[in-house]
Design a protein around this ligand. Structure first.
Ligand SMILES: [Zn+2]
Length: 87
């Protein structure tokens, strides 16, 4: 029997993709977010395509705010974008 691969929705473009195709953003503490490449970090998470454009979309559409229920500062977006591009 084929295994069902769990899918998650990208908070940027809204597309549903397999978890392995997405990155997880974790809220480590208030106003502090990290890109979780292992998928095992504790905390509230949101999923995003491995694409800086989706991060920007998520930021513009307040997808991060909606997911985490708090305001996400622009510096955080820049930091995450840097991590996404470099790493
Ligand atoms: Zn996306």
């Amino acid at each position: 029997m084929a295994k069902t691969i769990p899918t998650r929705q990208c908070i940027g473009c809204g597309e549903k993709k397999e978890k392995t195709e997405l990155i997880r953003i974790v809220r480590v503490s208030e106003g502090d977010y990290e890109i979780d490449l292992t998928g095992r970090k504790n905390g509230r998470g949101a999923y995003l395509c491995k694409n800086p454009e989706c991060l920007e979309k998520a930021f513009r559409k307040k997808g991060l705010e909606r997911s985490f229920k708090e305001a996400v500062p622009a510096e955080t977006m820049e930091k995450l974008k840097g991590e996404l591009i470099n790493g």
